[in-house]
Design a protein around this ligand. Sequence first.
Ligand code: GRF
Length: 188
Amino acid sequence: MKVAIFASGNGSNFQVLAELLPAQAELALLFCDQPQAKVLARAQKLQVKTVCFSPKDFDNRQAYETQILAELKQAGIQWIFLAGYMRIIGETLLNDYPQRIVNIHPSLLPAFPGLHGIRDAFEAGVTETGVTVHYIDSGVDTGPIIAQERVTITEADTLATLETKIHQVEHRLYPQVVAALINKEEEA
Ligand code: GRF
């Protein structure tokens, strides 16, 4: 089964997924919308094919996603895992990959959706946040939840220590959930 990862930035989640993907899955494509993103170098090092272009090069989101779709089809992609892909997924991709696009978000959804899940939880002064893996739907961080894990925020935590704790959980949880999804599909 062929899978793609979409990422826009550092790519630490891309890295762990690439390294821990079950044998029956092939990471056939990294799609990146940011030509300067660090994730591109990570992919090259792991010899994963990369495709990179920006929505700025297109008239609208539909045209941008139509081009992504063409790349996905050409590569025979069946699953898409978002790993720090900082854009909304539109209808063009959603229609072709229903319940086949999965995201990781650094909060306990539905709390703290959006671009700054870790910071928003920290600034809100809550004592607990976490990590959510969920299917993508047409909303922002609203799709059906697949897995969640809690992270405690203590008095001693700073934003930086909380970020570290969240990323540690992400790097364990995401590969586990992805493997479970792939194994389940293989058994079906
Ligand atoms: C992660 O915190 C993920 O939950 C969020 O974006 C961040 C990406 O980090 N969606 P990285 O690029 O994988 O290091």
